[in-house]
Design a protein around this ligand. Sequence first.
Ligand code: NAD
Length: 516
Amino acid sequence: MIIPPFRSEPALDFGEARNRSDFQSALGRVEGMLGRRYPLLIGGERVDTEDGLLSYNPAHPGQVVGSHASANRSHVDQAVAAGWAAFDAWSRTPVEERALLLLRAAAVIRQRRHELGALMVYEVGKPWDEADGEAAEAVDLMEWYARQALGLAGRDQMTPWPGEATQFRYIPLGVGCVISPWNFPLALTTGMTTAALVAGNCVVLKPAEPASTTASWLVDILHTVGVPAGALGLLTGRGEVVGEALVDHPQIRFVAFTGSKEVGIRIYERASKVHPGQRWLKRVQLEMGGKNAVVVDETADLDLAALDITRSAFGFQGQKCSAGSRAVVVSSVYDDLLPRVVELTKRIRMGDPIDPEVSLGPVIDGDAEEKILDYVQVGRAEGELLLGGERADGEGHFIQPTIFGEVAEEARIATEEIFGPVLAVVKARNFEDGIRIANRTEYGLTGSYFSRDPERIAYAKERLHVGNLYINRRSTGAQMGVHPFGGFNMSGTDTKAGGPDYLLFFLQGQSLAEKL
Ligand code: NAD
């Protein structure tokens, strides 16, 4: 099969009237679809349950986005069994056919880009450009993994052996589960799920509760383009029930998880236990949190640094694993840089992200609101409050963008992931000290370094220990197929989504030799 080379999906310019009006009408159409009931999907059967869970609009907590069935342990047994029933046929389906299904799904998402973007505005409170960027990322991931799968299938670079016909090939693992977070409900769910599928595995998907509707739409798209019903099951429900039962299940071959460090560690421990009847060691990928630093030295372009600190800290309300929630600033430019960051942050328009002018929406739910405001209280004792620090007006879960200065490098707000619009600014003696401070948390996901000095930049490239290092640009905004994404240390297993090796997690190598 010949397909054009990979090309990133271009970003949409909402400055163009046409794009704005198209997105606006998609918001209207999607509003008419809110509140629907979504069942579980097990082996092609739509299964409803008596109890359920609601996903709602964090800007208007009274508005239900989707009403979802809630799976229990017996549904987990059924979905895993359905996966194994489908595995033989799916794993033997030629990789070209599986890759084609991803390309078709990418085409559907391209066509329905505005609708999917609009859904994420309602379901997780994404501002327009963030929501649209995520739809584009989902397209990129499928386009990338389709090509990677085709490339791997054609790769056999072993040394010939006299008198033998030899082969080295990759085969799928079996039935696994994908457990996804709510903050990139389309892209990350798409990435893990379709990478597993294109490699020939069957998947039981357990999406995050607050983003169950986006996941349900994605599964519907994948089934519509031809992914067999048994190869992809959907179990919405509670993490502690469904997620845990999937992780523990002896017939689950792999776990692909993206989410918090706490849950990731728990999964790591539980998945390592071999249960009666289990014939393998589960393969586990865990992509977890971050406490990413933006380091600025005295040679840096301070306007650029201020802009990118602000974007890194407050993009999508600071609810990105890659968020630059720490700024580490060399003391000689601290007093020059900080007022610029505060000024830019004051200009951020906050509100219901249904409004195109809004670039800071609500945080995801009441629990998140409480946790973030607790951290703000901690911050009042640990630093100097320069901006924000309060809940903001509105019925939704709105928190003012908040900046603390003069924060000690070991302070809780400088070392723990808050996952909200809170920036801690730490002073460094010099650039080496800044890089040392950046490295001092247990995480290692992303990081940025702002400097004009090539020698220092070279030093930072050697010493700043993060999975995604950016020089003179923000810590967020990885492009799939361009910036493979994943972190070191407690940020996870560094499987590098959107990278050249990602599919290997979902495959096992087999060596064949036949005597001639
Ligand atoms: P979370 O850990 O609370 O939930 C993630 C998923 O795990 C959800 O589907 C949830 O239902 C499920 N879950 C909860 N308890 C479980 C259990 N005991 N067993 C199995 N599954 C369980 O995370 P979240 O709030 O959805 O997402 C935010 C977190 O994700 C942040 O820490 C963020 O940094 C991280 N994240 C990391 C990346 C990355 O690529 N490294 C990307 C996005 C988000």
